[in-house]
Ligand binder design. Structure first.
Ligand SMILES: Nc1ncnc2c1ncn2[C@@H]1O[C@H](COP(=O)(O)OP(=O)(O)O)[C@@H](O)[C@H]1O
Ligand SMILES: [Mg+2]
Length: 230
């Protein structure tokens, strides 16, 4: 394995077919690091996260997931890497006919784990995000903050090494965004590598007193390290 980074981008460019959206972008997430990714709407935050979890292949440059070149990875390699990367999607979709608990357990079912063995894990995680009382509810009955917490639980049920969260505090009030932030910081304290895409600068400022985080900003197609002037 080359280097020690869990996810590495080297001179990456990405285009959906039109002009280049991201250009000459390099990034290295070391184990246990905490990153924010910011930039205006449409700058390419979600696209960059997709490159980081292997859902997109760069137009040029190299992406390495756990030391492996994305381009040389076969389906199974990608599936293996994806188990080590928990993703909280921007639009957190659920299966509306399944309970919150079953939705959180979905990655376990998909990967063929024995759910009986995982019952304690599932219960603990549901409690950790504060949804024990809502475990039997259906997703449409959840508030925005409850949905985000269920999405976070689902992202970490497979005990990933990395958690990528795409606007995890969108559509929730300040108090709830603080609560979600605390959960992500707790995961980081457990050793997980965290990257949060957000346009919420107040959230980043609030985090700065609680965790050592690097702030990356996408502007004019490139990635910049944001200074202390945030
Ligand atoms: N699947 C796609 N096909 C074509 N264009 C896309 C696709 N997904 C996103 N885009 C475009 O790429 C740009 C960046 O999108 P996105 O990565 O979602 O930005 P952000 O998350 O920073 O708001 C936007 O202009 C968006 O419309
Ligand atoms: Mg986005």
């Amino acid at each position: 394995m080359k280097g020690t980074a869990v996810i590495e981008l080297e001179n990456v460019a990405y285009s959906y077919g039109g002009g280049e959206l991201l250009s000459d972008l390099s990034l290295s997430l070391s184990p246990g690091s905490f990153h924010f990714l910011t930039g205006p709407s449409g700058a390419g935050k979600t696209t960059l996260l997709k490159l980081c979890y292997g859902a997109l292949v760069p137009t040029s440059g190299q992406v390495r997931l756990f030391g492996q070149d994305r381009r040389t990875m076969e389906r199974d390699d990608i599936a293996m890497a994806r188990r080590r990367i928990g993703v909280v999607h921007q639009d957190c979709k659920f299966l509306d006919h399944l309970s919150v608990s079953d939705n959180i357990a979905l990655p376990l079912m998909v990967s063929g784990r024995d759910l009986l063995n995982e019952a304690a894990n599932l219960k603990e995680l549901t409690g950790w995000v504060g949804l024990r009382e809502r475990a039997g509810a259906l997703p449409p009955e959840l508030s925005g903050g409850e949905r985000q917490r269920a999405a976070l639980a689902r992202a970490v049920i497979m005990s990933p090494d990395v958690v990528l969260a795409d606007e995890p505090t969108g559509n929730v009030d300040w108090e709830m965004s603080q609560r979600l932030l605390r959960l992500l910081i707790e995961l980081n304290h457990m050793g997980k590598t965290i990257m949060i895409a957000t346009h919420d600068l107040a959230l980043i400022r609030a985090a700065k007193s609680q965790v050592q985080a690097r702030v990356l900003r996408i502007a004019s197609r490139r990635l910049h390290l944001a200074g202390a002037d945030l």
